[in-house]
Design a protein. Structure first.
Length: 683
């Protein structure tokens, strides 16, 4: 059964704030009139209103023992009912009240129509989503939209499991029916353990990328070559399975070993394996591009370091040339006769090494002036050349803009990859390069030739830059994919405009939308203008540019220091584990963790295991060291198992978000310190 904590199924909070009591559970005048119309006596009216406010909050009628006492007390005090009045929840009276409350709120019971609505919504969502909590949330949303009473959580859970299993079986059998016997045999071979290595080929797809060295980049290229050639028609086989489902199937499979994969039915096993292979292709491309970007950045970094080193070495040459120039100026100043000046300067040049030697020194210095380190990159590029050319031959690159000059330049490089000449003709468009690069590429002024190696470095450098900005995309990638293909078409957007505008309280007609937007912007602008004179942080220059003033730290008052000291002394010491347990009590952040398949955890005490695992990995102890400190109550394998199978980055982020949201409700930011207050505190 799915854990109810991981869903949006409405429940009473354990700790209800005064603000929530006032906004959610306070009885209005109209509700009071309604209760007195259908109920008789203080006790009956009270029960009716408790059920009404509970239904408004939950969407279903809870059992009386599930209603928090603080809610009962709040409603009772609002109705001014004395404590002596005996209140009993009579089932017959409650049934009659429930019927009246449904009519008052215009809500239908959960019957055949509601079941059809929920089933249809789950069936449609199951083709995109895979986790039961997400599907339960979809059903809840549709039932609330249709003004239906929510059924018991177990009813929704059973319905989701049936529909999800049906959809997944349909998808898996569709995939299996598209496979030939030879392809099925290849997939079965992946799970066969080798006698030599004692590992199956399935492990090859689970390997994580290593550091971005040249050797590791070559290994990753070999891996991409292997997995793309393993099954060339994989996209055709998986075309009926949505990307989100493929991603979930792959995550589920990667958490298992080969022996566990064999426990699935053939259809499910083949679908999981194909999902892993397909996702591995995508992730490997992303990792390859990440490595490429880091290698190019490293080449440029080494070029800058080399320039700094050369300048350090040439400092003596610079000082010598400056001293010569100083003597030339002194000689020119001392004599008026140009013949004498010319002869003395000639003698000076001869004494300092001769004109040819000095000219070479000037050329050496002028070659790298203006921070131009680009000519030095060739030295560090040579070892990368073969690997980078193989990379662009493995990847399919496209321009996401109208300017495709860089893509054409890459094609030109591939055509001239095996040429050994030092120079290439200027037959390509270099409009993508800046002026410094263009000067570095040319053999000489007015020449139609380009340095071949420098041209290659230039094109690879701009490829790295445009991959970062999204101006170049990679087919079959996720991180560097063409963002335009991920957008909805205009026809699809038009169908969603009305509902979207309704949710955000915007007019759906263009004229009214623009009118309201202008009004809102004008209102905000007027508010900002009126508050500007009193704003001491922002200043607007004569050019209209806003400037944020530097924050000047205020001196900490003696009373603040005393208060801080007093608070520190009164605060009890807590261990990290104690803190994690306390935060779990208030936020239930461990509800986000669980098996990657989406089913409920079958661990003996999942909350404790999740807290200990978070402590061990969060403090960088690792499973072995953490287990040693647990006095043999837990093993390293138990911790690593939970980390591999139950926890991953999106779920950690969701847990972190819960903690931050709870922290913001504590009111620390709602009461800033006031000037002149003796208990003024500091940040």
């Amino acid at each position: 059964m799915t854990s109810i904590e991981r869903t949006a199924y409405p429940r009473f909070k354990q700790n209800i704030s005064k603000k929530e009591l006032a906004t959610i559970y306070t009885v209005t005048h109209e509700e009071n009139i309604f209760a007195h119309r259908i109920a008789r006596g203080e006790s009956s009216v009270f029960i009716c209103l408790v059920m009404l406010k509970s239904f408004q909050r939950l969407g279903y009628f809870p059992r009386p023992k599930e209603i928090p006492p603080i809610v009962l007390q709040h409603i009772q005090s609002g109705l001014h009912i004395p404590d002596e009045v005996e209140i009993k929840f009579n089932s017959k009276v409650m049934y009659r009240h429930q019927k009246e409350i449904r009519q008052y709120l215009q809500v239908s019971t959960f019957g055949k129509d509601a079941l059809h609505v929920a089933t249809k919504a789950i069936y449609k969502a199951a083709y995109v989503m895979d986790h039961p909590p997400d599907l339960i949330n979809v059903a809840i949303e549709e039932l609330i939209k249709g003004h239906y009473e929510l059924p018991a959580f177990s009813t929704l859970d059973r319905l989701v499991r049936r529909v999800r299993t049906l959809v997944n079986n349909q998808l898996c059998h569709t995939v299996m029916n598209r496979l030939s016997n030879q392809e099925k045999h290849k997939l079965d071979e992946l799970l066969r353990t080798s006698q030599e290595t004692k590992h199956s080929s399935f492990n090859y797809f689970k390997e994580l990328p290593k550091s971005p060295s040249i050797s590791h980049m070559k290994e990753l290229q070999n891996k991409l070559d292997f997995i793309t050639s393993f099954m060339s028609n994989i996209e055709e086989v998986l075309k009926e399975v949505p990307n989100s489902k493929v991603k979930n199937f792959a995550l589920e499979a990667l958490a298992l070993d080969a022996s566990e994969m064999k426990d699935f039915t053939m259809a499910k096993r083949y679908t999981l394996l194909l999902s892993v292979i397909y996702r591995s292709q995508i992730i490997t491309r992303d990792h390859l591009i990440d490595m490429f970007l880091k290698r190019i950045a490293r080449i440029h970094k080494k070029g800058k370091e080399e320039l700094a080193l050369l300048r350090e070495k040439q400092r003596s040459i610079s000082e010598n040339l400056i001293s010569i120039l100083s003597e030339v100026l002194h000689t020119t100043h001392m004599h008026d006769d140009t013949n004498i000046i010319g002869s003395e300067i000639t003698e000076l040049f001869e004494r300092r090494g001769g004109i040819d030697s000095l000219q070479q020194d000037c050329l050496a210095l002028s070659s790298y002036n203006g921070n131009n380190y680009l000519p030095l990159l060739e030295k560090f590029y040579n070892s990368h050349r073969k690997t980078l050319f193989r990379l662009i031959s493995l990847l399919k690159l496209d321009s996401t803009t109208q300017d495709d000059s860089l893509i054409k330049a890459l094609q030109f490089l591939l055509l001239n990859e095996n040429r050994r000449v030092e120079h290439l003709p200027t037959s390509i468009d270099l409009s993508f390069a800046n002026e410094q690069w263009k000067q570095t590429l040319r053999v000489g002024k007015g020449s139609n030739l380009l340095y071949r190696k420098r041209l290659e470095i230039c094109i690879f450098s701009y490829l790295a830059s445009e991959l970062k900005t999204g101006d170049v995309s990679v087919q079959g990638s996720e991180k560097y994919a063409d963002y335009r293909k991920q957008l909805l078409s205009w026809e699809e957007c038009e169908l969603l405009v009305k509902e979207y505008c309704k949710e955000l309280n915007f007019p759906s007609s263009p004229t009214q939308f623009v009118k309201q937007l202008k009004q809102n912007l004008t209102s905000v602008a007027n508010t900002v203008d009126s508050n500007y004179p009193n704003n001491g942080q922002v200043m607007i220059t004569e050019d209209g540019e806003p400037i944020l003033k530097r924050f000047v730290r205020k001196t900490v008052s003696i009373s603040s220091k005393l208060l801080e000291k007093e608070i520190t002394q009164r605060l009890p010491e807590r261990t990290v584990l104690d803190i994690l347990c306390n935060v779990e009590h208030w936020t239930h952040w461990t509800k986000h963790f669980g098996p990657l398949s989406g089913s409920d955890s079958k661990l003996e005490d999942p909350t404790e295991r999740y807290i200990v695992t978070t402590f061990g990995y969060g403090c960088n102890l690792g499973p072995t060291q953490t287990a040693k400190h647990m006095r043999n109550t837990i093993t390293p394998h138990m911790l690593s198992f939970v980390n591999r199978r139950h926890i991953h980055i999106p779920r950690l982020n969701a847990a972190l978000q819960d903690v931050l949201n709870q922290y913001h409700t504590l009111g620390f930011f709602a009461h800033p310190p006031k000037k002149g207050n003796k208990t003024e505190t500091t940040n």
